[in-house]
Design a protein around this ligand. Structure first.
Ligand code: FAD
Length: 261
């Protein structure tokens, strides 16, 4: 079975994130970056499915992102993925979700896959749209929000997380699958895995290599872009209340003034 797993490099959740004044796009250069958290679960699930399918199965990592996104690719390879494709090009800067799905689908069309596995949302843009957009562009079914996956011949079946429990949904492969955190416990890369990752095949593509026109992607033709923004005001020092026998009353008074009570 051939599985392509999508991973996105995002600013670390703990980093102070900001938009650039110049073009109002996310400043990715000056922040610490990590693999999007849910994508670690996607990689883990891709590896488990590959291992269950046995000999000849492969997991390929696909990322669209700037050159430093190669760090995230290496992490997925060190967890155990076999090879990777990195779509990177200045022209992709500022791409919206529709353009991102267009570009990822263009690369996917050149790959041999039974399953495309991705996270259910990224922590930076949080749109949760990539699985359905890719399924539509590739003309294949999507199974979203999986908390459990089983493969039986050409059928892939999931437990889809919902508010009260789960639905069982199935589709015939090829299909796009998005996962939620409940699905597994991602493995840590071993030292051996980290060393092996350095030698695994990594294909770097520009938009021309993937047959993507410069007018199809990037900020100039994005379907959504940031018009204006206001930075969060700096934190104020806060107010210290010294308990002089009336502490409880003063806390209640404060909560009432903020309309919490
Ligand atoms: C108004 C606006 C402005 C934006 N400006 C910028 C910008 O300047 N620079 C910028 O980089 N982004 C920008 N974005 C974000 C960019 O458009 C999103 O990264 C893209 O639309 C994907 O959305 P998402 O990450 O929320 O996808 P989701 O659907 O939340 O992601 C689900 C999964 O899809 C996969 N995935 C998503 N993106 C990628 C990727 N690039 N490569 C591989 N797998 C992926 C991951 O597995 C992820 O877990 C902007 C978005 C908006 C709405």
């Amino acid at each position: 079975m051939n599985i392509v797993v999508l991973v996105k490099q995002v600013p670390d959740t703990w980093a102070e994130r900001r938009l650039q004044e110049s073009d109002k796009t996310l400043d990715r250069a000056s922040v610490d970056v990590v693999m999007n958290e849910i994508d670690e679960y996607a990689v883990e699930e891709a590896l488990r499915l590959k291992e269950a399918a046995g000999d000849g199965s492969e997991a390929t990592v696909l990322t669209m992102g700037p050159s430093r996104a190669v760090e995230t690719i290496r992490k997925a390879l060190s967890m155990g993925a076999d090879k990777a494709v990195h779509l990177t090009d200045e022209a992709l800067h500022g791409s919206c979700a529709l353009q991102t799905s267009y570009a990822l689908a263009a690369v996917l069309k050149t790959l041999d896959y039974d399953l495309v596995v991705c996270g259910s949302e990224s922590t930076d843009a949080r749109l949760s749209v990539m699985a359905p957009l890719l399924a539509e562009r590739l003309g294949i079914p999507q199974l979203s929000g999986a908390r459990k996956v089983t493969v039986d011949g050409p059928t892939v079946r999931i437990e889809r997380q919902n508010e009260v429990g789960y639905d069982v949904v199935e589709a015939t492969m090829p299909a796009v699958l998005s996962v939620v955190e409940k699905i597994n416990e991602p493995r840590y890369p071993s030292f051996k895995g980290i060393m092996a990752a350095k030698k695994k095949p990594l294909t770097t593509l520009g938009i021309a290599d993937a047959g993507i026109g410069a007018d199809q992607v990037g900020l100039a033709s994005a379907t959504s872009a940031v018009e204006s923004f206001t930075n969060r005001p700096p934190r104020t020092a806060g107010q210290v209340v010294k308990d002089e026998g009336d502490g409880g009353f003063r806390v209640a008074e404060f909560l009432a003034s903020q309309k919490f009570l």
